[in-house]
Design a protein around this ligand. Structure first.
Ligand code: DQQ
Length: 465
């Protein structure tokens, strides 16, 4: 593992070196949590994608496993083994993924050859779907004979169902439904939901349907954002009653695992926010988000919280019952770290905003402020995060609810990751690249009035490897 780079996260899953993108094939199998991911072992760029593999007994500590899927030179996945999911087919762990070959995207299937899920047998009949659906017609581009990929598979009353992400000719993205008795022969049923191109993107990648009992959630990745729709899914149709983004920052193509104890855990790809030459210099690219537990609140909204297991990583603690801030006053915390969790309750009193600045150099040349304003907005300001011109310098924002109560904030800083959870509902993840060794400070300040930060804790977090 590359590990001497201060930008390398230590408690977010990363590839041992080289390139990582989407989480794939998430499965809790024989008591172990398996996380596969889009991986290029040849370098820190997206090409000839394999499936990398990491495994954990407790969702906290991870171990690298050998590459699990490799493109077959003569197979339908010759150009890449793209995203897909895993299911338990009556005791046979099975993955469905997209093979790329020439200009085609071809659904493939493979079954586990060992209990550790380290080797997979690809089905000789791959691809399992060859014809593109014609109603509605799948979008063709210069690069692709059909935008038709990524798989979400589940079983209901003995029948298998599958969603494949697509783009529709003349329309927007869509999640297409298929049905099968045996995971190999699939019958097309039509879109469960299709988006309006202007508001939901031209292609939907990595669709996933999650069941919360009487309500369902469908999320899709539309090249820019991960949009989720909450509502009800029945008889092949998704009825939307609300929609938002799963994360408002650098987070893409998430996938979820149903654990044996009935939880829905979601990981997303945290792409880099530095240019390709910066990634090339680093020798690695991409990290996974923390595993997030998804559930529905009493008011029907979506809750997202880091899995409770992560508290096991907590080391040295700095704690305050209360920090009172006057207008313009700034308070530095006695912590120097690039790898910590901060938890606090923020009350604005009569202030316009409270700023929590992380990865801050003593002179403030490099710093990443997380600003909470009276308009109930959280902004992660990357304008001064790094003096490296290869790093993105902008501001990412999200709205938080409820508007009138104190804000409960959890911030996870890890090398180049700043992952923010607000009110256990809204997430904003940013990638930042301080260059200075002393960009490890944390400070708090208020603007335009007084504010209180209560129950403030900072824990240094250990590595998960
Ligand atoms: N990444 C995969 C595709 C998917 C995209 C290729 C989303 O299967 O559509 O690496 O990031």
């Amino acid at each position: 593992r590359l590990d001497d780079d201060p930008s390398r996260p230590s408690y977010h899953v990363t590839p041992p070196a080289n390139w990582l993108n989407d989480p794939n094939g998430l499965i809790h199998w024989n008591g172990r949590y398996h996380l596969f991911y889009q991986y290029n072992p040849a370098g820190p760029f997206h090409n000839t994608i394999h499936w990398g593999h990491a495994v954990s007994d407790n969702l906290v500590h991870w171990e690298d496993r050998p590459v699990a899927l490799t493109p077959s030179p003569d197979g339908p996945d010759r150009d890449g083994c793209w995203s897909g999911c895993a299911v338990d087919n009556d005791g046979v762990p099975t993955v469905l993924y997209t093979g790329g070959r020439d200009k085609r995207q071809l659904p493939c299937i493979a079954t586990a050859a060992d209990d550790g899920l380290t080797a997979w047998d690809k089905d000789p009949d791959n691809p399992i779907i060859e014809e593109l659906p014609s109603e509605p017609e799948v979008l063709r581009t210069e690069d692709w004979e059909g935008e038709f990929r990524d798989h979400c598979v589940w079983r209901e009353d003995g029948t298998w169902y599958q969603l494949i992400g697509a783009g529709i000719e003349g329309g927007g993205g869509a999640a297409l439904l298929y049905e099968s008795a045996d995971l190999r022969n699939w019958e097309y049923q039509g879109p469960i939901l299709a988006g309006d191109r202007d508001t939901a993107g031209t292609v939907w990648e990595c669709p996933e349907l999650l069941d919360f009992g009487d309500r369902q959630l469908l999320h899709i990745s539309n090249y820019e954002d991960v949009v989720y729709f909450l509502g009800t899914y029945a008889d092949g149709e998704f009825e939307v009653d609300r929609r938002d983004k799963l994360d408002h920052g650098d987070f893409y193509a998430p996938q979820s695992m149903w654990t044996d104890d009935g939880r829905i855990l979601t990981w997303g790809w945290l792409p880099e926010a530095r240019d390709v030459s910066g990634q090339w210099d680093a020798g690695w690219s991409g990290a996974m988000s923390l595993p997030r537990e998804l559930s529905l609140a009493d008011d029907g909204g979506l809750c997202q919280r880091p899995v409770p297991e992560l508290t096991e990583l907590r080391g040295d603690n700095t704690s305050y019952d209360e920090v009172r801030l006057d207008d313009g006053e700034s308070e530095s915390l006695p912590v120097e770290s690039r790898s910590f969790e901060l938890r606090a309750t923020v009350r604005l009193e009569d202030a316009d905003a409270v700023e929590l600045s992380v990865l801050e150099s003593p002179d403030g040349e490099e710093r990443t402020p997380i600003r909470y304003t009276y308009q109930s907005e959280i902004a992660v300001d990357r304008v001064a995060s790094s003096t490296d011109p290869k790093a993105t310098s902008d501001t990412q924002t999200m709205r938080v609810r409820p508007y009138d109560a104190p804000l409960s904030l959890r911030v996870f800083v890890d090398g180049s990751v700043v992952e923010v959870f607000a009110n256990e509902r809204h997430c904003l993840t940013s990638r930042v690249y301080p260059t200075r060794e002393d960009a490890t400070g944390i400070s708090l300040s208020a603007e335009g009035g007084r504010a209180t930060v209560a129950s403030l804790d900072v824990w240094e977090l250990d590595s998960v490897w």
